[in-house]
Design a protein around this ligand. Structure first.
Ligand code: AQP
Length: 314
C-alpha cells in the first residue's frame, strides 16, 4: 500500500529553536519511516522577512545541517530547498487568481507580523497562498505544525476545495497534525517561543548561548516551582523524572535552571556530533539536497502539468 504523504517546512530566518524542534521538526523525524516525507527549507517564504543575500544563504545552509543533525535520514526523507522547485511560485500565481483579498486578510500571522513592525509586503500578505502551493503540489495529507500554523493549513484546505470545485478534482485536502502538549512551546518569558520575540533557546547554540538563554528564563518569585523553567524542562524529561528534582530544589531557581541546562546540553550532544559530521562533509550535503530536489521536482512538475491542463494553460 502506498504510504501517506507528509510535508513540513521551516523558514531559514534564523537559528531553529527548541519551539521549532518540539513543535514541528521532531514530529517530521519521528514519522519519516511511516510516511512519504518531504522536509522543505522554505527560502521563498524567508524572503518576506530577510533582504540580505548572505544572511539568507547562511541561514539556509545552517537549517539543512540542523535537519540532518536532528536525524533526517536522506534515504527516507526528501530534503530540499523550496527555491529548487519553481513550480511553488507558479502554482501560487494560479491560486492568487482564485482567492480574494478579504479572504486573505483573515490570516492572523500577517496581522501579528505587521503588528511587530515587519513591513506589510505583498509577499508577506500572500504567505498563506504560497504555503498552500507548497502543501498541495505534493498531494500532502498530513502537515505537522505548531498551533501558530493551524490557520494556514486550514486555508490550504479551503484553496484545494475551491480549486477542485472550479476545475475538477485535483488536490488532496491536507490536515494539520498538532501535538497538544507541544502546540505552543513557551519561550524564556512564558510567551510562545518565537525568533521575533527574542525569547528563544537556540537548539544548536553554543554552551554559552544556551546557558544565557536558560538563565534569562523569567522566574515568578513566590512559588516553589518556577513555572516557566518547568514548562521548558518537561520537554526534556518526563514529569515523573522531574518530580524528585523539583521536590529537592523547592524555591531554588538557580539550581533548577542549572538542572535544565544540563538536561538540554545532554540532549543536544549527539545531535551536535552528527551536525559536525555533516559540516565536515559539504559534498555529501550538496548531494543530499540535489537528490532531494530531483525527487521533489519530479512530483511537482507532474502535478503542475495536470494543473496547467485543467486551468487552460497547457
Ligand atoms: N513556540 C512554538 N511552539 C510550537 N511550534 C512552533 N513553531 C514555531 N514556534 C513554535 C513551529 O515551527 C515550525 C517552523 O516555523 P517557521 O520557521 O516557519 O517559523 P515560525 O513559525 O514563524 O517560527 P517563529 O520562531 O515563531 O518565527 P517568527 O518569530 O519569525 O514568526 C512551524 O511549524 C511552527 O508552527
Amino acid at each position: 500500500m502506498a504510504k501517506k504523504i507528509l510535508l513540513s517546512g521551516i523558514q531559514p530566518t534564523g537559528a531553529p529553536h527548541v519551539g521549532n524542534y518540539f513543535g514541528m521538526m521532531k514530529q517530521v523525524i519521528d514519522l519519516q519511516n511511516e510516511y512519504e516525507t518531504y522536509g522543505m527549507i522554505v527560502n521563498y517564504h524567508a524572503l518576506t522577512t530577510i533582504s540580505n543575500k548572505t544572511e539568507l544563504e547562511e541561514n539556509t545552509k545552517n537549517v539543512v545541517l540542523d535537519f540532518l543533525a536532528i536525524g533526517a535520514d536522506p534515504e527516507k526523507m526528501i530534503l530540499f530547498k523550496q527555491s529548487d522547485v519553481p513550480e511553488h511560485v507558479e502554482l501560487t500565481w494560479i491560486f492568487n487568481c482564485l482567492v480574494t483579498m478579504p479572504w486573505l486578510s483573515r490570516a492572523h500571522a500577517f496581522k501579528d507580523k505587521t503588528d511587530k513592525g515587519i513591513e506589510a509586503s505583498v509577499g508577506l500578505f500572500d504567505y498563506p497562498v504560497l504555503m498552500a502551493a507548497d502543501i498541495l503540489l505534493y498531494d500532502t495529507e498530513v502537515v505537522p505544525v505548531g498551533e501558530d500554523q493551524r490557520q494556514h493549513v486550514e486555508m490550504a484546505r479551503e484553496i484545494a476545495r475551491k480549486f477542485n470545485a472550479n476545475y475538477g478534482d485535483t488536490f488532496a485536502e491536507p490536515k494539520e497534525m498538532i501535538k497538544a502538549e507541544v502546540a505552543i512551546v513557551p519561550g524564556t518569558d512564558g510567551q510562545k517561543m518565537s525568533k521575533s520575540y527574542g525569547n528563544t533557546i537556540p537548539l544548536f547554540g553554543t554552551d554559552e548561548e544556551i546557558q544565557k538563554a536558560v538563565m534569562s528564563i523569567v522566574t515568578d518569585s513566590g512559588t516553589d516551582i518556577p513555572a516557566n523553567v518547568y514548562a521548558i524542562h518537561k520537554l526534556f524529561k518526563t514529569e515523573a523524572d522531574l518530580a524528585p528534582i523539583y521536590e529537592e530544589n523547592k524555591g531554588k531557581y538557580k539550581a533548577l535552571k542549572d538542572a535544565l541546562l544540563a538536561d538540554i546540553l545532554a540532549f543536544v550532544t549527539p545531535m551536535r556530533e552528527r551536525r559536525e559530521y555533516y559540516v565536515n562533509n559539504p559534498d555529501l550535503v550538496a548531494e543530499i539536497l540535489r537528490k532531494g530536489s530531483e525527487k521533489a521536482n519530479a512530483k511537482a512538475s507532474a502535478k503542475m502539468q495536470d494543473v496547467r491542463k485543467k486551468v487552460g494553460l497547457d
